[in-house]
Ligand binder design. Structure first.
Ligand SMILES: Nc1nc2c(ncn2[C@@H]2O[C@H](COP(=O)(O)OP(=O)(O)O)[C@@H](O)[C@H]2O)c(=O)[nH]1
Ligand SMILES: [Mg+2]
Length: 203
């Protein structure tokens, strides 16, 4: 039986995008730290927090969860932020219809900057408030949007943690195994000039 090592061989980079105030930082914190923090101080500049999880086949992967950290005001993503991302989570708030409308733009921005094979998930967050009579986006509309762009849809609450582990675990299980590059790779110095990128990464 394989005993998971402390540091898994494989790392996935997860980027969280979406309008300001939808709960990206909270989702990252709740997932990685295991509890809701109502006083998250957003970090300026790029930042990520790491955790590990077990895939359905028992393999452990490390997840580096990148928080947008203020880039959401630009509605476009810096290439450096999306470089080599395996998973993109587009977050909107179930209690703010305009953030759902913006989700489409975030998908476009993500597709324009992230590697071709990126697994995209849509997260309708603040389910706890939505369930208290404040829902502005129906599950049907969100599911239809996700289906249209070929993404999975999740409803989450960073506050109660509902749907949060499922969001990250389900998307991690969808990452094609061919992109599970080991962390330490052997670089061939006699390969063709320019090489080729199996991930189709453009950033
Ligand atoms: N009730 C509730 N509040 C949330 C949830 N997620 C985030 N918030 C709150 O919404 C505000 C914005 O969250 P934040 O994570 O900073 O959003 P970001 O700008 O997308 O990173 C903060 O006051 C959070 O405490 C949630 O699922 N439920
Ligand atoms: Mg934030």
């Amino acid at each position: 039986m394989e005993v998971p090592s402390e540091e898994p061989d494989t790392r996935y980079k997860v980027v969280l995008v979406g309008s300001l105030g939808t709960g990206k930082s909270s989702l990252a914190h709740t997932f990685v730290r295991g509890h809701f923090d109502p006083h998250i101080v957003s970090t300026v500049g790029s930042s990520f927090i790491s955790t590990s999880l077990e895939l359905s086949d028992g393999k452990a992967v490390a997840l580096d969860v990148w928080d947008t950290s203020g880039q959401e005001v630009y509605k476009s993503l810096a290439k450096i932020y999306c470089r080599a991302a395996n998973i993109g989570v587009v977050v909107f708030s179930l209690t703010e219809y305009s953030s759902f409308e913006s989700a489409r733009e975030w998908v476009t921005s993500l597709r324009a900057t992230a590697p071709e094979g990126i697994v995209i998930g849509i997260a309708g967050n603040k389910l706890d408030i939505a369930n208290a009579g404040k829902r502005q986006v129906s599950r049907e509309d969100a599911l239809a949007f996700a289906a249209e762009i070929g993404a999975s849809y999740f409803e989450t609450s960073a506050l109660t943690r509902e749907g949060v582990p499922e969001l990250f675990t389900s998307l991690a299980n969808k990452v094609p195994r061919s992109t599970m590059a080991p962390r330490r790779t052997t670089v061939r110095l006699d390969g063709p000039p320019g090489g080729s990128s199996s991930s189709g990464c453009s950033c």
